[in-house]
Design a protein around this ligand. Structure first.
Ligand SMILES: Nc1ncnc2c1ncn2[C@@H]1O[C@H](COP(=O)(O)OP(=O)(O)OP(=O)(O)O)[C@@H](O)[C@H]1O
Length: 293
């Protein structure tokens, strides 16, 4: 089964608004695409276009060569989508809710109960299947959202900010799950948290102000930041000033001061030492260079 998604000069303009997506081109095959960008970059708008919830103002999206605006079902039958604002019915149990959604998605009732149980197990909720969703924590509800996206065994999975509300253990479990799922699927995961995609993404796309600043494998993005990352030890009293003046990707308190990671065109001080960029640095460097931060 193919999973080729082509975004061809897609533009989306809200009524009375500016271009939330400003003419974007992307090519994706199976694997995990990490869609990164600061708040308001246009990620959710693009996700809604890809999920056929809204049509682009101009441009096309092709799923295995088929224009999804003309034939949305070609994609919808193979789509699992977790929106940013996923809501549940609090009076239903997790199992009842998923059985209901399986029926809405047109899964045969003869197999849907077994599928629901499989999906609950995949997200680690088998033991909570019969508890009311109203009693679930935010992280557990988010896992129900991930489970509903998997019900129809989709070839295209779109997760919009999926790790919001998850605790560190749940985040790890989620990353492992999408890595397993991506073997023969396309998983698109939007986030503004670089560590969500750092270990797992096969490709990255970085958006800012509706435009694509980068797309490709992580390595070229890292390469762009070489020579633009420094470690700098400053006294505690100078940290606020340094934060105001420079882009700081990380800070570590130590007995002799605070070790800052600084991203920029020039070293912040003569006593700063050059450092090898990680993905967080590279992402920040891209945004800084673009004037996006
Ligand atoms: N319904 C709407 N009407 C008008 N403008 C909108 C609407 N929804 C979003 N926008 C604007 O479109 C732009 C992109 O928003 P979008 O939600 O797609 O970004 P995002 O990258 O997903 O951000 P976030 O992570 O904060 O959700 C923003 O400037 C936003 O204010």
């Amino acid at each position: 089964m193919n999973c080729q998604l082509t975004v061809d000069t897609v533009r989306y303009r809200y009524a009375k608004g500016h271009d939330a997506v400003a003419g974007l081109d992307l090519q994706m095959g199976s694997g995990i695409l990490g869609l990164l960008g600061p708040n308001g970059a246009g990620k959710s708008t693009l996700m809604r276009v890809l999920a056929t919830l809204t049509r682009p103002t101009s441009g096309r999206v092709l799923w295995n060569g088929v224009d999804i605006a003309r034939q949305p079902d070609a994609l919808r039958t193979q789509l699992g989508y977790l929106p940013q604002d996923f809501g549940v019915y609090p009076a239903l149990s997790a199992r009842e809710f998923l059985v209901y959604l399986a029926a809405v998605k047109g899964l045969p009732s003869s197999t849907s109960r077994a599928r629901v149980d499989d999906c609950l197990a995949l997200v680690g909720l088998a033991d909570a299947a019969d508890r009311r969703l109203g009693d679930f924590s935010g992280g557990m509800r988010q896992r129900v959202g991930i489970a509903q996206a998997l019900l129809n065994d989709p070839k295209l999975l779109i997760f919009d900010e999926p790790t919001v509300g998850l605790d560190p253990e749940e985040r790890l479990r989620f990353r492992q799950l999408i890595t397993d799922l991506a073997a023969d699927r396309l998983v698109i995961l939007s986030t503004h948290i670089v560590s969500d995609v750092e270990a797992s993404a096969t490709a990255l796309a970085v958006m800012s102000k509706g435009r694509l600043l980068f797309s490709g494998a992580p390595e070229p993005l890292l390469a762009q930041a070489h020579g633009h990352v420094w470690e700098w030890l400053v006294p505690e009293a100078q940290v606020a000033q340094a934060r105001a003046q420079f882009t700081i990707s990380n800070s570590l308190r130590r007995p002799d001061g605070v070790r800052l990671r600084v991203v920029g065109a020039h070293p912040p001080s003569t006593d700063a030492q050059a450092s090898t960029p990680d993905l967080e640095d590279a992402y920040l460097w891209l945004l800084t260079r673009d004037g996006g931060r």
